[in-house]
Design a protein around this ligand. Structure first.
Ligand code: FA5
Length: 340
């Protein structure tokens, strides 16, 4: 009997050594300790043994059982730890690999220019005002000294929505709106926004473009203040590389009126198709607020003066970045936009 148990122990060890998976170990456990195991034969033999033999046999069988269970639990531990190791190996993360790069969006070049100009004016104590893109004829023209039938209305070929409303042709109606509600108090604002005109699209004209309006109203404001302000803006935007010039002009809402030109970046002032041979690109219109405009909005022109200007953002961006066609800003071509 003892010999049989010893040989069974060897068998258990040999068979367990062959196991590589948990289910194989469990099958082996059933084989050595289950209902049809060699152990059952030994137990059957116990019935025939006398009392003394039964004691020794019982002890040996128990010992065998404990042996099998201990060996099996050791093997299970071994297999489990091997499996964990295998899984860790297969799920290993190589932290030295380079990361995936993400494509980030960024601001449109026109937004960049607007924010840059806003910063310059905020630095000079200006506030930002906004108005609607669908405007009344009254704000867009009448309050700016352009009554019905005024020939200068033709300067702005307009998109009318109905007889009294249109897509604003410039940002100047925002100055009219602010003056109407400011109760005759001093004003220092800039108003950025989109404007619309029935202009034919070409390299320097678009039917939809952006302007920034500026308006200052107070006591003792002179043309020198306007000139100084615009010269400072141009120097901040273009440094000393490009020349600027003030040219007498006409706007019904300012008197006197000027236009500001900057040297054409493409030909350096020599004259080319972009600047239509003039050597200059016009970037803004400006002037001293007309006494009629002041009066219509409740300001006494005897004691109040003001200056106003309206600049074309696309033109500034073209000069700044050396872009020779305004249409690039509106094509949304990533090859163009990626460069900013
Ligand atoms: C005006 O729109 C006036 N409201 C400006 C003004 C404001 C004058 C306050 C006096 C006082 P003008 O039509 O010149 O002016 O346009 C101003 C600027 O807008 C131009 O200098 C130019 O830079 C830009 N601009 C005009 N038309 C177009 C267009 N079709 N496409 C792109 N930019 C344009």
């Amino acid at each position: 009997m003892t010999e049989r148990l010893l040989s069974l122990k060897d068998e258990v060890k040999t068979e367990l050594n062959k196991c590589t998976a948990i289910h194989e170990v469990n099958a082996l456990k059933a084989h050595f300790l289950g209902k049809k195991s060699p152990l059952q034969e030994l137990l059957a033999k116990m019935k025939e043994a006398d009392v003394e033999e039964k004691k020794t046999l019982g002890k040996a069988i128990n010992e065998f059982k404990q042996f099998v269970e201990a060996e099996i639990s050791l093997k299970l531990k071994e297999i489990t730890s091997l499996e964990i190791q295998k899984r860790l190996e297969s799920e290993r993360i190589d932290i030295t690999l380079p990361g995936k790069s993400f494509a980030f969006g960024h601001q449109h070049p026109l937004t960049k220019i607007i924010e840059e100009i806003e910063d310059i004016f905020i630095g000079m104590g200006y506030e930002i005002a906004e108005g609607p893109e669908i405007e009344t004829d009254h704000n867009n023209f009448e309050l700016l000294n352009l009554p019905q039938g005024h020939p200068a209305r033709e300067m702005h070929d307009s998109f009318y929505i109905d007889p009294t409303n249109l897509l604003r042709t410039h940002t100047s109606p925002v100055q009219a709106r602010v003056m109407q509600t400011s109760g005759g108090k001093p004003i220092k604002i800039i108003c950025p926004g989109k404007v619309y005109r029935r202009d034919n699209d070409d390299a320097t004209h678009s039917h939809q473009f952006m302007q920034i309006e500026g308006l200052v109203i107070d006591k003792n404001i002179t043309l020198a203040d306007l000139k100084g302000t615009l010269a400072l803006l141009m120097r901040k935007m273009f440094g000393n590389e490009l020349e600027i010039r003030f040219r007498p002009s006409f706007f019904p809402f300012t008197e006197p009126s000027v236009e500001v030109d900057v040297t054409c970046f493409k030909c350096g002032g020599e004259g080319c198709p972009l600047c239509k041979g003039t050597g200059w690109i016009e970037v803004l219109g400006a002037g001293m607020v007309h006494p009629n405009v002041l009066k219509m909005s409740g300001y006494d022109p005897e004691t109040n003066q003001g200056f106003a200007f309206g600049l074309g953002i696309e033109r500034i961006a073209m000069l700044r970045y050396g872009i020779d066609d305004i249409r690039y800003f509106y094509l949304n071509d990533p090859r163009f936009l990626k460069q900013f």
